[in-house]
Design a protein around this ligand. Structure first.
Ligand SMILES: [Ca+2]
Ligand SMILES: [Ca+2]
Ligand SMILES: [Zn+2]
Length: 484
């Protein structure tokens, strides 16, 4: 979160000199000075800060907000949960479990948030329930508030128990959607792992797995094991995608269990005929012979509710073989080395231990001669490779689905979402200064993301959407047609 810079104040002596120079006006200034010295001192240092949609102020400055569904946060100079928790603890029975954050609570004593229409001067006092999380109160502005398009100012004042006052103000612009919000509720992304671009009757994805030593399609048993490995990787990848789009990764921490805006991700076609399905094929290598791991058409404002990303010319879809680009990464080598022939490994399905490890001893028959230690090690290596491949692929699926939904609209708000226009930065995250992001976010240019980051094994954990992108995915930001 970007903190506000302190508002500049003239120091006392300068004011006094100015007062002397201005003569008659001096009285007015001295009165002002008197208020400054004697009245309640209001802290504008940024310790109380308003944030919209969790977006840093520099990025949020020109965004347009819809009439409903944007998130307002107020960071308080003290954590109201801690303050009230210690009071609760004092008042409660000794030994009772402490209250756990986040929890719902109304505005704490002393917080006053008002919204003022610049056009009509009408002021609304916001008294809805904030949800607190790490000292930040969040609230999704309800549609019932009845905000109409126009300019508003938000003012938050907080007075602590010992009488200190903090204040922050922000201006926001409300716009209506033209043609409805881009994401809404019926959008489905169907990841089709059945594609067979080379027409040999075997899903290309199973053949991709062979490249990494994760499958052997040599015989019927090998293909059965390959199917098991593929199913597990697909499930893991889908979980990873859902996580990136789901509330636990919402930087706004609104505390909502269900959000009305929801994209559903599936591994099979959605039987609901009312669904709007974008089909993205996963499997095979870049048809142009390049090293791309995926190409899904950028769909500004998600105007295409139905589309198919499975073509050869122009190439579209996900090409897992492209992950070979990372073959020199230590994590890649550690994980897939035990299975890749070129590294002295044995592919899954070629080690006599594998059927028992993947299908289970019940079906394959007990093999008391199997060395327990060797079996355990192989099992761990297989589990690790499935998890890692699933997570890396899932990150790429989440990224490409982001393109299909309109991320990252080119240009700065209000027209775009700080998406770049050139080279690999086209429709990928740039910061408010037009520079590549230093934080590894999900919609950064793929080339700038390291293998460890795609795998979620770097210190930052699994890649996330940056707050501005996430707000867009929740229909909490308006990207207008053309210039606003
Ligand atoms: Ca094939
Ligand atoms: Ca779309
Ligand atoms: Zn991309």
């Amino acid at each position: 979160m970007t903190l506000r810079t302190p508002r500049k104040r003239l120091p006392g002596p300068a004011l006094a000199i100015l007062a002397g120079l201005l003569g008659g006006l001096g009285l007015l200034l001295l009165v002002h000075l008197g208020v400054e010295l004697g009245g309640p001192r209001i802290d504008h240092s940024g310790r109380l800060a308003i944030t919209i949609n969790g977006v840093p102020e520099r990025m949020a400055r020109d965004v347009l907000l819809p009439e409903s569904g944007w998130a307002l946060q107020v960071r308080l100079p003290e954590d109201p949960l801690e303050a009230s928790a210690s009071e609760d603890a004092a008042a409660s029975v000794p030994g009772a479990p402490p209250a756990r954050a986040p929890r719902k609570t109304g505005p704490p004593d002393g917080l006053l948030v008002t919204l003022r229409s610049e056009r009509t001067g009408a002021t609304i006092r916001i008294e809805d329930r904030f949800v607190y999380h790490d000292g930040v109160g969040s609230l999704v502005i309800p549609k019932a508030l009845g905000l109409t398009p126009g300019l508003f100012s938000i003012r938050a004042i907080y007075e602590t128990r010992d009488g200190r006052r903090f204040e922050d103000t922000r201006r926001i612009r409300i716009r209506s959607w033209l043609g409805g919000p881009p994401i809404g509720t019926r959008q489905v992304i169907f990841f089709d792992f059945g594609i067979d671009r080379n027409g040999d009757g075997v899903p290309d994805f199973l053949q991709d797995l062979e490249r990494f030593g994760l499958a052997s399609n040599a015989d019927a048993e090998g293909r059965e094991l390959a199917r098991i490995v593929a199913n597990r990787i697909e499930a893991r990848a889908l979980e990873r995608v859902a996580r990136a789009y789901d509330p636990p990764d919402d930087p706004n921490q609104t505390g909502r269990e269900r959000d009305p805006v929801r994209v559903r991700f599936r591994l099979d076609p959605d039987p609901d005929p009312a669904s709007l399905t974008t089909r993205i094929c996963v499997g095979g290598s870049d048809p142009t012979g390049g090293t791309s791991v995926g190409h899904v058409h950028f769909d500004l404002r998600n105007q295409l509710k139905f589309s198919t990303e499975c073509g050869d010319d122009p190439p579209s879809g996900l090409f897992p073989t492209g992950l070979m680009t990372y073959r020199d990464a230590p994590l890649f080598q550690e994980t897939f080395g035990p299975f890749m022939a070129e590294r002295g490994g044995v592919a899954i399905g070629e080690d006599p231990l594998d059927p028992r490890l993947l299908i289970g001893p019940e079906r394959v028959g007990g093999r008391p001669d199997i060395d327990a230690e060797e079996g355990t090690r192989r099992k761990e290596e297989i589990e690790r490779a499935i998890a890692l491949f699933g997570d890396v692929l899932g990150s790429i699926m989440a990224h490409e689905a982001g393109h299909a939904l309109g991320l990252v609209a080119e240009g700065r708000p209000a027209v775009g979402l700080f998406g770049g226009r050139e080279r690999e930065f086209r429709v990928h995250n740039l910061d408010a200064f037009g520079q590549p992001e230093t934080t590894p976010w999900l919609m950064n240019a793929g080339r700038t993301l390291r293998f460890e980051e795609l795998a979620g094994r770097s210190p930052g954990g699994p890649l996330r959407f940056r707050p501005l992108n996430y707000a867009y995915l929740r229909d909490r930001i308006v990207v207008p047609e053309g210039r606003p």
